[in-house]
Design a protein around this ligand. Structure first.
Ligand code: ARG
Length: 458
């Protein structure tokens, strides 16, 4: 039977059902790299402070590197009776190094050890997410540049409202993803704090050098309170909250891709390599990729709620409940990463049905606001202008025409201030380009927004 590292005070072996119930190795084995990195730094610190002899620390470091090699080569034997990744690594280390390995856990507890591992893991995951977000932003910006002159209807209430540039629409998502990237960086700052030295909950009696361990592991700060450090999972919750927001953005975009690729909109066609067929209807080409992005969003929200709920009743400090944090965190990291990756790869392959977009933008009175603005410029108050144009729209709709399909006389029946130049004023492209204030859909404003977005990319 596997040798337990804590069984000194026990007179009975652990029940098999309890071993199965409490084991977390199937989940936390993916922390092995961070666990080893942390133990190496801890051992070096123990040697430097003279808490253990340098030669033994060196043997431990060598042993840990061997364990890492074995895990990476798939030659490591995992055994659920050894509970978790920390026990697995220490146990194998002891086989390799002998009695000296029993010193690696001096001045340390699994409570500060697991907190460290999780912070090291999340720090990397946040960097990776930031990189993936930047790649998605880049793909969308490239797409926006390629289609800089394409116009489509902008919507409110899913009703056609005013024409906008497709590039402007896409850049709205770039803004969202840039905020997501910023949130990752902010979460990283609070994740990047070194908890080792808190030991079980109260700190340690050994003369450790926490600053040195932090330096070895690239942490700019050490935690200030041992009770907080072993029981704090704010950084996990912050990540899950940031990931939930990002998934929400991805899901909104996915929803639009689903709508736009339908026959009803017909604005885009998804690449064949990113669509799937139906097992019964030969004609079908389904947008399963965006649908699944939309669908996976709920999973990440669920993990956020699970983690908040996990924490809400926990007394200080460490409680075994905390072990449940990892499945949620890992799945959220994987889900977010998979969604970012697939969307980034799909974007350049999306075909734009420009004629469909522009035809839609020219029907449905999307120029009504601009006719009202025209009347305001001629001296009418905005409310009066709004009424006059409303009447003109009603009149045009009765004969199935657009405002710019009315004759000058018909338009003048609603306001004597309308002149021949109104037709140029109501052209879709003029309407778009007129909105050149910063943040607007005018071509010059969008090009400026694109340049600004490119500049803030890493
Ligand atoms: N597997 C445990 C976890 O993930 C490690 C810490 C265990 N600590 C303890 N006192 N049992 O939280």
């Amino acid at each position: 039977m596997a040798d337990k590292l804590w069984d000194g005070r026990f007179s009975e072996a652990t029940a098999a059902v309890v071993e199965r119930f409490t084991a977390s190795i199937d989940i936390d084995r993916r922390l092995y790299r961070y666990d080893i990195e942390g133990s190496i730094a801890h051992s070096r610190m123990l040697a430097r402070t003279g808490i253990i002899p340098a030669a033994e620390a060196e043997a431990i470091v060598q042993g840990l590197e061997q364990v890492r090699g074995e895990i990476e080569a798939g030659r490591f034997a995992f055994d659920p009776r050894l509970e978790d990744i920390h026990m697995h690594i220490e146990s194998r280390l002891t086989e390799i190094v002998g009695p000296a390995a029993r010193k690696v856990h001096t001045a340390r507890s699994r409570n500060d050890q697991v907190a460290l591992d999780l912070r090291l893991y999340l720090r990397d995951a946040l960097d990776a997410a930031g990189g993936q977000l930047a790649a998605l932003e880049r793909a969308l910006i490239g797409f926006a540049r390629t289609h800089i002159d394409v116009i489509l209807p902008g919507y409110t209430h899913l009703q056609r409202a005013q024409p906008v540039l497709l590039a402007h629409h896409l850049m709205a998502y770039v803004e969202m993803f840039a905020r997501d990237r910023e949130r990752c960086a902010e979460c990283r700052r609070r994740t990047n704090v070194m908890p080792l030295g808190s030991a079980a909950l109260a700190g340690t009696t050994f003369p450790i050098d926490r600053a040195y361990t932090a330096e070895l592991l690239g942490f700019p700060a050490v935690s200030a309170n041992s009770l907080d450090a072993v029981s704090d999972r704010d950084f996990v919750i912050e990540f899950l909250a940031a990931a939930s927001l990002c998934m929400m953005h991805l899901s909104r975009m996915a929803e639009e891709l689903v709508l736009w690729s339908s026959a009803e909109f017909g604005f885009i066609e998804l690449p064949d390599s990113f669509a799937t067929g139906s097992s019964i209807m030969p004609q079908k080409k389904n947008p399963d990729v965006p649908e699944l992005i939309r669908g996976k969003t709920g999973r990440v929200y669920g993990h956020l709620m699970a983690q908040l709920t996990l924490m809400k009743g926990l007394p200080l400090s460490y409680n075994r409940d905390l072990q449940e944090d990892k499945a949620a965190l890992f799945d959220a990291v994987d889900t977010l990463s998979a969604c970012l990756e697939v969307l980034t790869q799909m974007v350049p392959g999306i075909a734009v049905r420009r004629e469909r977009m522009e035809a839609a933008a020219s029907r449905g009175y999307l120029n009504a606001t601009d006719l009202a603005d025209y009347l305001v410029r001629a001296g009418v108050t905005f409310r009066e202008a709004h009424h006059a144009v409303g009447r003109a729209v009603r009149f045009a709709a009765a004969s199935g025409r657009e405002l710019d399909e009315l004759t000058l006389e018909e338009l003048q029946a609603h306001s004597a201030l309308i002149r021949e130049d109104v037709f140029a004023h109501l052209r879709t492209r003029e309407i778009v380009d007129r909105r050149s204030c910063p943040g607007g859909t005018g071509r010059s404003a969008v090009l400026a927004a694109i340049a600004a977005a490119e500049k803030r990319l890493p």
